[in-house]
Write a new protein. Structure first.
Length: 107
Protein backbone atom coordinates (compact mmCIF):
# COMPACT_ATOMS: atom_id res chain seq x y z
CA UNK A 1 0.00 0.00 0.00
CA UNK A 2 1.39 3.40 -0.99
CA UNK A 3 1.36 6.13 1.67
CA UNK A 4 1.03 9.80 0.81
CA UNK A 5 4.03 12.04 1.65
CA UNK A 6 1.87 14.02 4.10
CA UNK A 7 1.12 10.80 5.99
CA UNK A 8 4.86 10.11 6.31
CA UNK A 9 5.52 13.62 7.59
CA UNK A 10 2.74 13.29 10.15
CA UNK A 11 4.15 9.98 11.34
CA UNK A 12 7.62 11.53 11.73
CA UNK A 13 6.24 14.52 13.68
CA UNK A 14 4.22 12.24 15.94
CA UNK A 15 7.20 9.95 16.52
CA UNK A 16 9.36 12.97 17.44
CA UNK A 17 6.72 14.25 19.86
CA UNK A 18 6.52 10.81 21.47
CA UNK A 19 10.34 10.68 21.83
CA UNK A 20 10.19 14.00 23.70
CA UNK A 21 7.36 12.81 25.96
CA UNK A 22 7.18 10.88 29.18
CA UNK A 23 4.28 8.84 30.51
CA UNK A 24 2.33 10.54 33.31
CA UNK A 25 -1.01 9.98 34.91
CA UNK A 26 -3.51 12.74 34.17
CA UNK A 27 -3.48 13.97 37.78
CA UNK A 28 0.32 14.33 37.60
CA UNK A 29 0.18 16.84 34.76
CA UNK A 30 0.22 20.53 35.61
CA UNK A 31 -3.39 21.72 35.46
CA UNK A 32 -2.56 24.27 32.79
CA UNK A 33 -0.70 21.89 30.43
CA UNK A 34 -2.31 21.46 27.01
CA UNK A 35 -3.84 18.01 26.64
CA UNK A 36 -6.63 16.35 24.72
CA UNK A 37 -9.76 18.43 25.37
CA UNK A 38 -7.92 21.62 26.36
CA UNK A 39 -9.10 24.96 25.05
CA UNK A 40 -6.03 26.97 24.11
CA UNK A 41 -5.58 30.65 23.30
CA UNK A 42 -2.39 31.45 21.43
CA UNK A 43 -0.97 34.18 19.26
CA UNK A 44 0.93 33.27 16.13
CA UNK A 45 3.43 35.76 14.74
CA UNK A 46 1.70 38.42 12.67
CA UNK A 47 -1.82 37.28 13.62
CA UNK A 48 -4.46 38.07 16.22
CA UNK A 49 -4.96 35.75 19.17
CA UNK A 50 -6.82 32.57 18.31
CA UNK A 51 -8.64 30.06 20.51
CA UNK A 52 -8.93 26.37 19.61
CA UNK A 53 -9.88 23.16 21.38
CA UNK A 54 -7.50 20.23 20.92
CA UNK A 55 -9.53 17.08 20.19
CA UNK A 56 -9.34 13.47 18.99
CA UNK A 57 -9.33 13.32 15.16
CA UNK A 58 -12.88 11.93 15.14
CA UNK A 59 -14.13 15.11 16.89
CA UNK A 60 -12.73 17.82 14.60
CA UNK A 61 -15.04 20.66 13.63
CA UNK A 62 -13.54 23.67 11.86
CA UNK A 63 -16.59 25.86 12.54
CA UNK A 64 -16.22 25.21 16.28
CA UNK A 65 -12.39 25.57 16.18
CA UNK A 66 -11.99 21.96 17.30
CA UNK A 67 -8.56 20.97 15.95
CA UNK A 68 -7.12 17.45 15.84
CA UNK A 69 -4.28 16.62 18.20
CA UNK A 70 -2.61 15.15 15.09
CA UNK A 71 -2.82 18.39 13.09
CA UNK A 72 0.49 20.27 12.90
CA UNK A 73 -0.66 22.93 15.38
CA UNK A 74 -2.18 20.31 17.70
CA UNK A 75 1.07 18.36 17.89
CA UNK A 76 3.10 21.55 18.34
CA UNK A 77 1.03 22.82 21.27
CA UNK A 78 0.47 19.54 23.10
CA UNK A 79 1.99 19.53 26.60
CA UNK A 80 2.84 23.24 26.65
CA UNK A 81 1.69 25.80 29.23
CA UNK A 82 0.97 29.55 29.16
CA UNK A 83 3.89 31.77 28.17
CA UNK A 84 5.67 28.89 26.44
CA UNK A 85 6.47 29.17 22.75
CA UNK A 86 6.21 26.67 19.94
CA UNK A 87 6.85 26.41 16.25
CA UNK A 88 5.60 24.09 13.54
CA UNK A 89 5.28 23.74 9.79
CA UNK A 90 1.70 24.51 8.79
CA UNK A 91 -0.14 22.47 6.18
CA UNK A 92 0.62 25.22 3.64
CA UNK A 93 4.35 24.64 4.22
CA UNK A 94 5.03 27.88 6.13
CA UNK A 95 6.94 27.86 9.40
CA UNK A 96 4.69 29.17 12.18
CA UNK A 97 5.64 30.42 15.65
CA UNK A 98 3.29 31.13 18.52
CA UNK A 99 3.11 31.91 22.22
CA UNK A 100 0.54 30.28 24.47
CA UNK A 101 -1.65 32.89 26.14
CA UNK A 102 -4.00 30.67 28.12
CA UNK A 103 -5.17 27.09 28.66
CA UNK A 104 -8.49 25.93 30.03
CA UNK A 105 -9.30 22.39 31.14
CA UNK A 106 -10.98 19.71 29.13
CA UNK A 107 -13.88 20.59 26.89
Amino acid sequence: MHRAPADSKLRRRLAEKLRQSCLMLDDQLPPNAIRLGSTVTFEAEGESARTITVVHPSEIDAEEARISILAPVGLALFGLRPRQRSEWIAQDGRKRRAIILGVEGRA
